[in-house]
Design a protein around this ligand. Structure first.
Ligand code: NAI
Length: 568
């Protein structure tokens, strides 16, 4: 027996080792951590970005940082490639079309460092407003200067304009508030709940330009917002405005910025990202080696040289993400995502581009006042706790990349409260909502309102577990899971699935047992196995479905800060 187990384990290990994973852009420290967490795989590391020379035909998975660009040509040369793991939130450095055509899964690290980047934005701002680089330099060089020349600017009572109020933008707002700054913001999708909670107001772009003493960029790069800060934008800004960009270099027209600096419209600029930043990293910005080959590189190189020589500019090489803690989070998520992928579960996948079928997303309501007290709520109404409202917003943050055409909730107030908070954070134009009793929580009958911990003592561990999770264990005057299945599955097949087949993305916010019943159908879980299936708190389950509404792919997204007593 022992021998058999050992040999099974050895076969499993051999199968895992057959998956060769190639990591690019890694440091020695990254390598150490990844070797530990992915010890059962065969790993190859490159400290450099990926290139045609460093790719391998044997690669089952590759993992890259933003400094690497994964092209169609590279993808074509890796016939066994199944997974591309981006060790970043963004994936604009991957040829997604080419990956999709080959059915290669692309995963990212959706959230690892909003605090990290926000803190960095402020370190750039404070360095500029308090003229730290010059101050440090004159002390080092022992130059005597009149204090006037080192005079800075208070942040207190100044107005900061935030473009992009997502995860990072919101953290920057909180920090700005701590400095006693007034905050105005612009976003394509306004988060009115956050605006109320953090006391800031949304304004038009023009108003933001006119009213801000500091402008900080936190929007992703899209075709529409390339060169958002152009000559026209700069001409509308306050004289002496400070600009901070930790988002993407292409959001600013660098030529227009240099002109605005010359005219004194821009008093100082802190850039962690800049057009042509690759040149900065390669330290060839001022060399002419590439210049005569590519006029575009020459132009970018010229701008970077001009920025580097301007004392009112602080330029850093895309490093805002770079703290010990953030890197640890990136590596932990990357390892977990890769491991789960090779064990059959896809998490943190980017949204596929060419799916004619929509997506189904299941979310369990966040903590209610009764959950907080450990009470069985069932079909009774209980409002969300304050934590419940806050956590629902975090769920919205992790679902931002999916545009929902319709949302469903049960008739209980806690799912509706979760849904409205989540939709607020999701920042999408109005999403129609249907509430239906088919999605209600299991009726706990005589056990409604009972404390779960006390019920466990009364029923004993085994019966308690059966009552909670079993397929057909009765509750006096209440429903079994089977009863819930019998109402939720027909509703799903008749009302929800046709929408998904038409290409709509659907969000269902419901309850632990109602969602377990639905998952039983979607994932074809047996009556016995359903006892061991949990619908998580603090996360979202995303499915791509076949025509029958069964799962073709399952993707789990989590917000690491949400934890509940899920055992009881
Ligand atoms: P997020 O997705 O949470 O928020 C982005 C926000 O920008 C959303 O509210 C969205 O509605 C808004 N937005 C989209 N297009 C817009 C437009 N044209 N105008 C105004 N707002 C617009 O993203 P998160 O995590 O806050 O990251 C923001 C950006 O920061 C990323 O896209 C990335 O480019 C950059 N980043 C930079 C890092 C660095 O090391 N320098 C590290 C991580 C992210």
């Amino acid at each position: 027996m022992l021998y058999m187990l050992h040999s099974l384990y050895t076969t499993y290990l051999t199968a895992q080792r057959m998956n060769t994973l190639y990591f690019y852009d890694t440091t020695e420290e990254d390598k150490k951590i990844l070797e530990q967490s992915l010890s059962k795989y065969s790993l190859v590391f490159y400290s450099t970005p990926i290139s045609i020379e460093t790719i391998s035909e044997k690669a089952s998975a590759i993992s890259v940082f933003v400094t690497s660009t994964v092209t169609r040509e590279m993808i074509e040369k890796m016939p066994d490639l199944k997974l591309i793991s981006c060790r970043s939130a963004g994936y604009n450095n991957i040829d997604i079309q080419a990956a999709t055509e080959r059915n290669i899964t692309v995963v990212t690290v959706p959230s690892y460092g909003e605090h990290t980047v926000a803190e960095y934005a402020f370190s750039l701002l404070l360095s500029l407003t308090r003229r730290l680089p010059e101050t440090v330099k004159i002390v080092k060089d022992a130059v005597c200067l009149s204090p006037n020349l080192l005079q800075g600017m208070d942040l207190y009572n100044k107005t900061i304009g935030i473009i992009g109020t997502g995860k990072i933008g919101k953290r920057v707002i909180d920090i700005a508030k701590g400095f006693g700054m007034n905050v105005i913001a612009y976003d394509l999708f306004q988060d009115t709940v956050a605006a109320q909670q953090s006391s800031f107001s949304y304004v038009s772009l023009e108003e933001l330009y006119r009213g801000s003493d500091v402008i900080s960029l936190h929007a992703p790069l899209t075709q529409e917002n390339t060169h958002l800060l152009s000559d026209t934008a700069f001409s509308q800004m306050k004289q002496g405005v400070y600009i901070i960009n930790t988002a993407r270099g292409e959001l600013i027209d660098t030529k227009a910025l240099i002109l605005a600096l010359e005219k004194g419209i821009v008093g100082g600029v802190g850039l962690d990202v800049v057009e042509g930043e690759k040149l900065l990293r390669e330290r060839c910005s001022v060399t002419a080696t590439h210049s005569h080959e590519d006029p575009h590189i020459l132009e970018e190189s010229f701008y970077i040289t001009s920025l580097l020589s301007n004392p009112r500019v602080i330029l850093t090489p895309h490093t805002a993400y770079n703290t010990k803690e953030a890197i640890e989070r990136i590596l932990a998520t990357t390892s977990d995502t890769i491991q789960k992928f090779f064990e059959g579960t896809i998490i943190n996948e980017i949204q596929p581009q060419n799916s004619s079928c929509g997506r189904l997303v299941l979310v369990r309501h966040t903590e209610s006042e009764w959950n907080a007290r450990g009470i069985w709520t069932g079909s009774r109404d209980a409002k969300l706790s304050i934590k419940g409202f806050e956590d629902a917003r975090l769920l919205g943050d992790i679902l931002r990349d999916i545009t929902f055409q319709h949302a469903y909730a049960s008739q209980q107030i806690r799912t509706m409260e979760t849904l409205s908070s989540l939709l607020g954070a999701l920042q999408q134009p109005v999403v129609p909502v249907t509430r239906d009793k088919a999605l209600n929580e299991r009726d706990y009958g005589e056990y409604t309102g009972k404390n779960k911990h006390e019920m466990k003592k009364i029923l004993g561990d085994d019966l308690f577990e059966k009552v909670r999770r079993g397929w057909n264990t009765p509750i006096p005057q209440g429903e079994t899971l089977k009863h819930v299945y019998q109402r939720i599955v027909p509703y799903y097949l008749e009302e929800i699935l046709p929408r998904i087949r038409r290409g709509e993305n659907i969000l269902i916010v419901s309850h632990g047992n109602a969602l377990r019943a639905l998952m039983k159908y979607i994932e074809s879980i047996s009556d016995e196995e359903i006892e061991n299936t949990e619908m998580m708190f603090g996360g979202a389950v995303t499915y791509i479905l076949d025509n029958e509404g069964r799962a073709k792919r399952k993707d789990i997204r989590t917000t690491s800060s949400l934890t509940y007593d899920t055992h009881i």
